[in-house]
Each structure stands twice: as structure tokens, then as C-alpha cells.
Design a protein around this ligand. Structure first.
Ligand code: MG
Length: 158
């Protein structure tokens, strides 16, 4: 069996008065992530992990952050397109493991909904999508709620 590991990291700034999209859902929060797209840091990290595992460059290579067609785009569309590219190379997803670093709000209540959205797009069981939530212990930009970060690792098989 041909198996391939991949990982991805993404960071977005947080600002007041804009919506927060994370893991494909909107979460009630006084701070939202700033970006050219909907700034879904978790989906972007997962996209990069999948692209990396399939050796297909990175999310910015496929979806330029200066291209008007991606302005405000729903990152679920980007993840779906990434999965199509990965499938075209003959790979399917074995599992995803991810961590979101965010001081507040608490993400744990939202994780099942995120897992469902991601599993549906990737065509895998819920059990294949792990999402962990962590704070940054009030330290640095992440701990001071100035930014949000996500890490993702994935395994593909062909
Ligand atoms: Mg991003």
C-alpha cells in the first residue's frame, strides 16, 4: 500500500466585529478571523496537509490571496477542490488529526459539527477526523486573542 503523510499550519489575525468561521461552521465570537477568504484557519491547515501529502504545492499556489475570485470565499469550497486534486492523483484520506490554538471562545462544544462538515467533504467516517482545541495560556499573540492558529496532519493511501 502506498501511504503518504502530510502536515499543514495556518494563522489568521483576529479582529472585533467580523464573523468567525472555523472548521466549516460559523461560531459565535466577539472576534473573527481576518483574511482574503472566509479565513477558516482549520480548513486551510487541513488543505495544506492534504496538498503536502500528495505533493501538490500549497493552498496559496492553488488559490491566490490576491485573486478577486477567492475574495470572501467559503473555505469548504477550497477544501472540496483540494480533495478533488488529491483524488485525481489516486489518493484517498485515511485520517486527519488537527489542533486549533485559540484562547476564546471555547471550541469543544462545536467540534462534533466541524467533524461532520469535514468528514462529509473528505468522504470519510467521522472517526477519521480528529479536531483538538487548545489555548495558548494567555501568552503571545495567540494567548492575547490577537491571532488564531491551526495545525493539521493527514495520512493518504493509494
Ligand atoms: Mg489561511
Amino acid at each position: 500500500m502506498n501511504i503518504r503523510i502530510g502536515y499543514g499550519i495556518d494563522v489568521h489575525r483576529l479582529e472585533k466585529g467580523i464573523p468567525l468561521f472555523l472548521g466549516g461552521i460559523q461560531i459565535e465570537s466577539e472576534l473573527g478571523a481576518v483574511g482574503h477568504s472566509d479565513a477558516d484557519v482549520l480548513l486551510h491547515a487541513i488543505c495544506d496537509s492534504l496538498l503536502g501529502a500528495a505533493n501538490l504545492r500549497d493552498i496559496g499556489y492553488h488559490f491566490s490571496d490576491t485573486d478577486p475570485q477567492f475574495k470572501g470565499i467559503d473555505s469548504k469550497i477550497l477544501l472540496k477542490r483540494v480533495m478533488e486534486l488529491v483524488s485525481e492523483k489516486g489518493y484517498s484520506v485515511v485520517n486527519i488529526d488537527s489542533t486549533v490554538i485559540m484562547e476564546r471562545p471555547k471550541l469543544n462544544p462545536h467540534i462534533p459539527a466541524m467533524q461532520k462538515v469535514i468528514a462529509d467533504i473528505l468522504g470519510v467516517d467521522l472517526d477519521a477526523v480528529s479536531i483538538k482545541a487548545s489555548t495558548h495560556e494567555k501568552v503571545d499573540s495567540f494567548g492575547e486573542s490577537r491571532a488564531v492558529k491551526a495545525y493539521a496532519a493527514c495520512l493518504l493511501s493509494a
